[in-house]
Design a protein around this ligand. Structure first.
Ligand SMILES: [Zn+2]
Length: 415
C-alpha cells in the first residue's frame, strides 16, 4: 500500500514535498518523493492524503492512564505532599471497573491527538488480564512501591514479568517502574536495574520532581519527609545534603538506561553526574510541562540539561495533574520554556522530543519515531491550512490545534 501526501516528514531527512510511504504488513518498506515511489512501486494501491502533512505517530513518554477520569478532580494544593494525600483519597473511592474505564478513555483521548505510542505507568497490574489488547502501541511499566515492607525480591519481579511474557502479542511491551525514591528503596531500584538489564527491558521512574522531595533527601525535613516518616518509611537515606539523584547513584541503583521523569530540582552535583564522563551521561529525561505548571515545581533546568546532551522527551503525566493527553500544547510549552531560558530550540528539535528521542529511550531507534525503511508503520496525517514548506513544516506541526483524523498503527488504519 502507498500513502501519498503533500508533505512527508520523516525525522531522518529534510521534509519531502509530494512524498509517499510504502507500507508492507506492519512496517515501512520505503519513504521518499512520490515520483520515485511511483517508479518503483507503481503497481500498488494508493491512498492519497491530499494537502496534508504525513509524519510519525507521536510518542507520549510519561502517562498514567489509570487516572484518566480525574480531570479537574484535584485543584492545585499548597504542596506536592498535600496533592499526594488527595489523589490517594480519590484512588480509594475507585474500583477496578472505574480504572478499566479510565484506561479506555485515556486511550481514546490520546489517539484523538495523534499519539500512537504511550509509556504508561501501571499502578494496578492486576487489571491487565481484564484488558483487551491495547489500541495504541503501549509500554506498561509495572509500578512498584516498598515504603513499609522492604521484601521485594527478584522472584517477585520475575513473577510480574512472567505475566508480561504471556502477552507478547500485544503492541508495545512491558517494563518496570520503581515509583520514586521516596516510595521505593535503593534496593528495589537495584533489583529493577539488574532485572531490566538481564531481560533487555526498559525501566522508568519519577525523580527529583518537587521541592518537597528535594528537602526530604537533602535535609531530612519538610512535609514529604514528615508524611513518609509517619507511614514508617526508614529515613536513614535522608539528611546528608544529597539529592535523590545523588543518593541513588551513590547506591549503584541508577544508570543511563533509566527513563527518568521530571528532574526539576537539581543542583551542581547532579549536573556533574549527567555531564560527559559522568555515570548518568546520556540519560533520558521526560519533561511534563503542563503538569509542571500545575504543581508550580522548581523551574525545569532545560538549558543546563540540553547543554549536557540529555535525551529529552515529553510526557503528559496523568489527567489528575494536567488538562489533556494532547502532546501538541506540550510542544508549544517547551518552546516557551526554551525562550525564557534563552535557549534556541528549533521546532524540529522539539518534535524530536515526541518522536526520535522517546524511541531512543526505549532502545528502538529506527523502528519507532521515524518514517524510514524497517520502521513500524505508525503514521499520522495533519491538515495544514498554512501551506508550510521546508523547515516551517515543523513549526506548523507544533502549532496543530485540531483532532488528528487519520492514523495508521502497525500498518492498520485506525478510524
Ligand atoms: Zn507521573
Amino acid at each position: 500500500m502507498l500513502y501519498r501526501a503533500r508533505t512527508l516528514v520523516t525525522m531522518t531527512t529534510p521534509p519531502v514535498t509530494d512524498g509517499a510511504v510504502v507500507v508492507r504488513g506492519d512496517s515501512i518498506a520505503a519513504a521518499c518523493g512520490w515520483k520515485e515511489v511511483r517508479r518503483e512501486f507503481g503497481s500498488e494501491d494508493v491512498v492519497d492524503l491530499g494537502e496534508r502533512i504525513l509524519l510519525p505517530g507521536l510518542i507520549n513518554a510519561h502517562c498514567h492512564l489509570d487516572y484518566s477520569t480525574m480531570r479537574n478532580a484535584i485543584g492545585p494544593q499548597r504542596s506536592f505532599t498535600e496533592w499526594i494525600g488527595r489523589i490517594n483519597a480519590l484512588k480509594r473511592e475507585l474500583d477496578a471497573d472505574d480504572y478499566l474505564k479510565a484506561i479506555a478513555a485515556g486511550f481514546r483521548e490520546a489517539r484523538r491527538w495523534g499519539t500512537t505510542t504511550i509509556l504508561n505507568i501501571e499502578a494496578f497490574p492486576e487489571l491487565l488480564p481484564r484488558l483487551p489488547p491495547p489500541p495504541l502501541r503501549t509500554w506498561w511499566f509495572y509500578e512498584m512501591i516498598d515504603v513499609r515492607q522492604r521484601i521485594v525480591t527478584d522472584e517477585l519481579l520475575a513473577g510480574a514479568l512472567a505475566f508480561f511474557d504471556e502477552r507478547s502479542d500485544w503492541l508495545g511491551g512491558f517494563g518496570l517502574s520503581p515509583h520514586a525514591p521516596y516510595t521505593a528503596s535503593a534496593e528495589l531500584y537495584r533489583l529493577t536495574r539488574d532485572c531490566s538489564r538481564a531481560r533487555g527491558l526498559p525501566w522508568t521512574t519519577h525523580l527529583c520532581e518537587s521541592a518537597d522531595e528535594d528537602e526530604m533527601f537533602r535535609h531530612a525535613r519538610g512535609p514529604l519527609h514528615d508524611f513518609l516518616k509517619k507511614l514508617g518509611r526508614p529515613m536513614d537515606d535522608c539528611g546528608a545534603g544529597r539529592s535523590a539523584l545523588e543518593t541513588l547513584t551513590a547506591a549503584g541503583a541508577l544508570g543511563p538506561e533509566c527513563i527518568a521523569v521530571h528532574l526539576n530540582a537539581l543542583n551542581e552535583a547532579d549536573f556533574a553526574l549527567l555531564a560527559p564522563g559522568g555515570p548518568l551521561h546520556g540519560l533520558s529525561v521526560v519533561h511534563c510541562p503542563l503538569s509542571h505548571f500545575f504543581f508550580g515545581h522548581p523551574e525545569f533546568p532545560l538549558a543546563r540539561l540540553w547543554e549536557l546532551d540529555v535525551n529529552l522527551c515529553l510526557g503528559t503525566d496523568s489527567l489528575a495533574s494536567s488538562p489533556s493527553l494532547d502532546l501538541f500544547p506540550r510542544l508549544r510549552a517547551l518552546a516557551a520554556t526554551a525562550a525564557s531560558a534563552g535557549l534556541a530550540l528549533s521546532a524540529r528539535e522539539r518534535l524530536a522530543t515526541v518522536t526520535l528521542n522517546p524511541a531512543r529511550a526505549l532502545g528502538l531507534t529506527g523502528r519507532l519515531g521515524s518514517i524510514q525503511a524497517g520502521a513500524w508503520a505508525d503514521l499520522i496525517a495533519l491538515s495544514d491550512p498554512g501551506d508550510a514548506a521546508g523547515e516551517a513544516v515543523y513549526e506548523a506541526i507544533c502549532e496543530n490545534r485540531t483532532f488528528v483524523d487519520w492514523m495508521l498503527i502497525s500498518g492498520i488504519p485506525i478510524a
